[in-house]
Design a protein around this ligand. Structure first.
Ligand code: ADP
Ligand code: ASP
Ligand code: MG
Length: 451
């Protein structure tokens, strides 16, 4: 039986003709039979701009933005000398985009459902062109087929942040699995990020969700490995853009890597590792620009388990404090609060409590949710403090190692810490600092624990 490998390429690996051809040769070297691609770099952001423009008054700007996107993709087609079928398909997708944008323009409303239809164009464009690139690189002895992820990656109807329906996906992917197991000259290219409800509506998994798609597909087709190809040569001890001397971690456990992703390491979408870990599929993270570099392997166990593996940062955090003096010695206060969070499907990153107050961090946008805030107000006095960064030390035995808090506070110097959160997990210790001090706190902690 042939080995099945899934490779995912992010936006920078799809940036232009050169990047696409380079990524195609990575697929060739690694014999990855199913490739999952993101939209070309900057395209999803451009589509977001388009959705904002469509709700405004300038139809001309709308057309101009779509024309820019069309040109960008047609230029790649020209450079790779793509077949007319491909350029026609690019045109057709841009016409679909214009139709959707017109709908929003006239209604002056962009629903989450409409948003996902628009988002989907980005990945559908890149995957159409990449299918042709891959066929050119692999040559005529193999078949490269374009597949629409929406026929396989079935989700619930939580538009913009849909959850995959694992059993349904497995059933639908059986045909891909059977083909790949018996035919080593068959390759597939599909889109990350997008899916469809049972009823046929397009959904997305949340920004950055292509990593998650790769892991979902990997589990569904029983892959032996999942490769995430990006613009850095693996998971580093912190974001190299913040600390240029961050070091690549060559081996890391699922638990530590998941913790890094959840607490802000953008290199992996937070839920990426759930399917891979559930099905014990090792995950490789590497750079499509330096494909020979050793990269990072994420596995169940790792030989070394350092106290601090890495440092992460999550921006745009709001601290919500709820106080109610009548709750002293009462019970059930937290249950009431979390009922509201559950009803609005809002998750908390860090929390601390006292007898009459609870302080929690949520994403900044939550504070704009008027009815959510109003419901919380019925439980106590609310204080909202916006624009914080949650900086986390990720590692092992963090909650039982003596002296760690002391070293953190010495390391972080005079940066003001608004809240700390430690004790619940062996894997992390978080400090909440003003967003303008976030990078500095990461650099200081990196110096104290890793450099
Ligand atoms: P892609 O488009 O390939 O999905 P992303 O931009 O989503 O790529 O993720 C890669 C980026 O993640 C890197 O360029 C880097 O700036 C950032 N990053 C954040 N934390 C880390 C980390 N710990 N290790 C490596 N990269 C990180
Ligand atoms: N294109 C989507 C985004 O930019 C998904 C992804 O790249 O993972 O968020
Ligand atoms: Mg990404």
């Amino acid at each position: 039986m042939a080995k099945i490998k899934v490779a995912k390429f992010g936006g920078t690996s799809m940036a232009d003709a050169k990047a696409m051809l380079r990524s195609a040769s990575v697929v060739n070297t690694h014999q990855a039979n199913l490739t999952v691609v993101s939209a070309t770099s900057g395209t999803t952001n451009k589509l977001e701009e388009l959705m904002a423009l469509a709700q405004g008054n300038s139809f001309e700007n709308l057309e101009k933005t779509i024309e820019e996107l069309r040109e960008k993709h047609l230029n790649i087609c020209i450079e790779i000398q793509a077949d007319k079928i491909i350029t026609d398909r690019v045109d057709q997708l841009c016409r679909e985009l214009l139709t959707l944008a017109k709908g929003i323009y006239f209604l002056k409303e962009c629903t989450p459902k409409a948003k996902d239809r628009i988002y989907s164009i980005g990945e559908r464009l890149s995957s159409t062109i990449f299918t042709e690139c891959l066929q050119q690189v692999l040559g005529p002895t193999v078949t490269v087929s374009f597949i629409d992820a929406r026929d396989f990656l079935i989700t619930d109807s939580n538009f913009n942040k849909a959850k995959p329906l694992t059993d349904e996906i497995k059933n639908r992917c059986q045909i891909l699995k059977d083909t790949l197991e018996t035919n080593s000259s068959q390759y597939y290219v599909t889109q990350g990020f997008i899916g469809k409800t049972i009823e046929g509506e397009t959904t997305t998994l949340g920004r950055g969700g292509s990593d998650y798609s790769a892991s979902i597909f990997g589990e569904a087709i029983n892959a032996t490995e999942i490769q995430i190809w990006t613009d850095v040569a693996g998971i580093a001890t912190t974001d190299p853009r913040i600390c240029p001397n961050a070091k690549i971690i060559h081996e890391i456990t699922f638990k530590e890597a998941a913790e890094m992703a959840i607490f802000g390491a953008k290199i992996l979408h937070p839920t990426t590792l759930v399917p891979a870990r559930r099905s014990s599929i090792p995950v490789f993270v590497g750079s499509s620009y330096e494909p020979d570099a050793p990269g990072t392997w994420i596995k169940e166990t790792s030989e070394n388990k350092p106290l601090v593996r890495g440092i992460t940062k999550k921006d745009n955090q709001t601290l919500i404090t709820i106080s109610n003096p009548s709750m002293a010695h009462a019970h059930g206060f937290l249950a009431l609060i979390f009922k509201v969070f559950e009803a609005y499907d809002i998750s908390v990153d860090a929390i601390t409590t006292s007898e009459i107050s609870v302080a929690m961090t949520v994403e900044n946008r939550v504070s704009q949710n008027a009815s959510f805030i109003q419901e919380l107000e019925s439980l106590g006095k609310i204080k909202l403090e916006e624009n914080y960064s949650l900086v986390s030390l990720i590692g092992n035995k963090i909650n039982t190692t003596p002296g760690i808090a002391n070293k953190i506070f010495q390391g972080i110097g005079d940066t003001n810490v608004r809240m700390i959160c430690q004790g619940a997990s062996v894997h992390n210790f978080c400090v909440l600092v003003r967003q303008e001090n976030g990078n500095q706190a990461v650099q200081q902690l990196h110096r104290a624990f890793i450099d």
